[in-house]
Ligand binder design. Sequence first.
Ligand code: ZN
Ligand code: ZN
Length: 285
Amino acid sequence: MLNLSKPKKGIKKNMVYDQHMHSEFSGDSKADPEVMIKKAKELNLPGITFTDHLDWDYFKEPGLFDLDYSAYIRKVHELQKEHNSKTFKINLGIELGLQEHLLVRHKHFFQMVDFDFVIGSIHVVNHVDPYFDDYYKDRDVLRSYVDYFDAVLKNIETFSDFDSLGHLDYIKRYVMRHFGPEVGAINESEHKEAIDAILQFLVKNDKALEVNTGAFRHGLTEPNPSYSIINRYKELGGKLITIGADAHTPEYVGDHFEDVCDHLRELGFAEYAVYVNRKPVMHIL
Ligand SMILES: [Zn+2]
Ligand SMILES: [Zn+2]
């Protein structure tokens, strides 16, 4: 039997790669990538993956998340040359905002450029981002969640050339902000079928589930998705998890990794995946 008991006091736990990180190449970050690297090294992380945003056709602010991918790729390659060592590694990733109508454009894009890691994230539902109040004009709490999970499933079924599904239940950050923390809280049992369908799709297609600790800076007490959803992925046969803090500023690099990794070990995950050249390499958690 696998011994998953916690390491004894004084024995250093494994630090993990932070595989969700933004820099000034993202429309919503001003962070110098060098500063993000410096912070990751201070934390003794074994490596990071830059995953700057590409969300074409972002209706609210057109062009805001149109990544200058040539400049971005060039910069990350330079940083790799400068910083990669035996103890620290930088990977080139991207957080791709999925929308069904962008299928052909996304397919062409990945024929053109190579990444180590692609996070597929759903940031908009029928052109509206749940971050904004417009999303709740005609939706109550239940409908807000139902429509989001529907959009996630439809999008990943439409375009599945991603490696890890980003922040699956992150909409609860914004539903709770809009309706208040109690009224807006998710009742996962109401969405069991929808969530199961998403997780089953991931397992069947060898896709990872991202554990996103950006949740904590939005006032949540668990990562996105919740531990119960992560556990359900495992129950359904899921083995691939990636871990990322979704930092847009250096202070959040590796945020909450220690306690989240403890929880993941308790759930029975002994390994996590680091994607290199679009392939998962398993590392001890
Ligand atoms: Zn995102
Ligand atoms: Zn992100």
